[in-house]
Structures are given as structure tokens and as C-alpha cells.
Ligand binder design. Structure first.
Ligand code: SF4
Length: 238
């Protein structure tokens, strides 16, 4: 990507030209650092991505990837999830946490797919939000990664990085999504999320960000501020 492509033109929204220029540079540096960044969840179809994303709530993608091969073997389609024995499905997804709610959501969402969408995962935000267990984050993951429709999926990494990098002063995911959508051009939304997630996992971790090895440290308003305060809190046993 060229450095002048990722953000909006100057007259299209209220974000300042300087902020857009800084955001462009951050994008380019992260893209260079994480070439080919992609979703961490393994999936072979939109339906598998839907199931995996529902299971990833409050759980690591690595943990979800451990159980989905066996899960998809036993329940290969919305029909099979819809007819699953709830208690048995709960056992299969137990290790991902919140297993009762997740099993219920998987059964209900699968029933909706079969009864309202001919067994296919729908392609619009509005339709996706009608499925049990699907909020804006999951819907955006589906749009961006299963259908190639730009979406900003605000998970814990995207939320934290957007705040630390000064892309958003907000804490709610919908407002962060809006701020990022004003800062970056639509065609970069899905890629931006992959880059922020990769950087959040590898360098800008929740507890102690590794600012000393961060490629965007020179552009980040939080550089070395958070790591210092985290270390001091740790020393004090806070
Ligand atoms: S400089 Fe530090 S706080 Fe800023 S993005 Fe990099 S690791 Fe995160």
C-alpha cells in the first residue's frame, strides 16, 4: 500500500489532516511488520467462521482452534448444530468458557440459518445481527473475512490499540468502530483489524506493552507511558 492511500481524503470527514497522515504511517509500518496478517481463527467456510467467532468470545483464538476440527467433524452443518443435543454440545465447547450460552447461541443461530436463510450465512450486517450470539464484532468478522465486505471488528486488541495509538478516545466498541471508520478508507478496514490484532498479540500486550521493540513507537502518544506505569504497579504489587 502507498502511504497516501489508507485514509480518507481531507474533505470527507472531521478528522484532521495531521491525524490522517499519522494513521497512514502507522498502517504502512504495521503492514510492513505483519505482511499477510490474517484472522487467527481457522475456518473453511462462512458457517465455520461464524461458529468459531461465537466460540471466541472471552476465549483465545488458539483455544478455539484446538476444538473446532473435532466439532466440525461431529456437526458439519447448520442442520446438525440445530438438531444437536444441548448437553452434548455443551461438553464439546466447555473448554472455551461460557459454554452454556455458547451452545444455546450455536443451536439458535443454526436454526435461524436453516429456517430464514436457506442454511446459508447472510451477507449483510442487518441480517447477521438477527442471529443469536452475533453482535457487531462477530458480524464485521464475517463480513470482512468470509465475504470480502469491509468491516471493522472491534475486539479487545483493536479496542486497546485504537486507544493507545490515539485513534479513538472512546471505550465502547461501537464508538471506536465509528472513529476508525472516519480515519481509514473502507477498503483498509478489514486489513487494519488484522494488523492491530497481530500487533496487540505480539508487542502491544494488555499488561505490559513492549514499547522498546514497537515499530510504531515514534508515532504513538502512549509510548513508554503505559509500560512504565505497569511496571511500577507490578513492583508495588498492585
Ligand atoms: S509504542 Fe507502546 S503503547 Fe504504543 S503501540 Fe507500541 S507497544 Fe503499544
Amino acid at each position: 500500500m502507498k502511504t497516501n492511500e489508507a485514509t480518507h481524503g481531507s474533505n470527507e470527514n472531521p478528522v484532521s489532516a495531521a491525524e490522517k497522515a499519522r494513521a497512514r504511517k502507522v498502517y504502512v509500518l504495521l503492514e510492513r511488520e505483519y505482511p499477510g496478517a490474517r484472522p487467527a481463527l481457522n475456518f473453511g467456510s462462512p458457517f465455520e467462521l461464524l461458529v468459531a467467532t461465537i466460540l471466541s468470545t472471552q476465549c483465545t483464538d488458539a483455544r478455539v482452534n484446538m476444538i473446532t476440527p473435532g466439532l466440525f467433524k461431529k456437526y458439519p452443518s447448520p442442520d446438525s448444530f440445530m438438531s444437536a443435543d444441548r448437553a452434548e454440545l455443551e461438553k464439546h465447547v466447555k473448554s472455551t468458557g461460557f459454554y452454556r450460552q455458547k451452545a444455546k447461541a450455536l443451536i439458535n443461530a443454526s436454526r435461524s440459518l436453516v429456517e430464514k436463510f436457506s442454511g446459508e450465512v447472510p451477507h449483510t450486517m442487518e441480517e447477521l445481527l438477527t442471529l443469536d450470539g452475533v453482535g457487531r464484532k462477530t458480524a464485521n468478522v464475517l463480513l470482512g473475512n468470509a465475504f470480502g465486505i469491509p468491516g471493522i471488528a472491534v475486539d479487545t486488541h483493536v479496542s486497546r490499540l485504537a486507544q493507545r495509538l490515539g485513534f479513538s478516545q472512546e471505550s465502547g466498541p461501537e464508538k471506536i468502530e465509528r472513529d476508525l471508520s472516519l480515519l481509514f478508507r473502507k477498503e483498509y478496514w478489514t486489513g487494519l483489524c488484522h494488523l492491530l490484532m497481530a500487533h496487540g498479540r505480539k508487542v502491544c500486550s494488555a499488561r505490559i506493552p513492549k514499547c522498546g521493540m514497537c515499530v510504531v513507537g515514534g508515532l504513538c502518544p502512549s509510548a513508554f507511558k503505559l509500560s512504565a506505569s505497569s511496571k511500577s504497579k507490578q513492583k508495588k504489587g498492585m
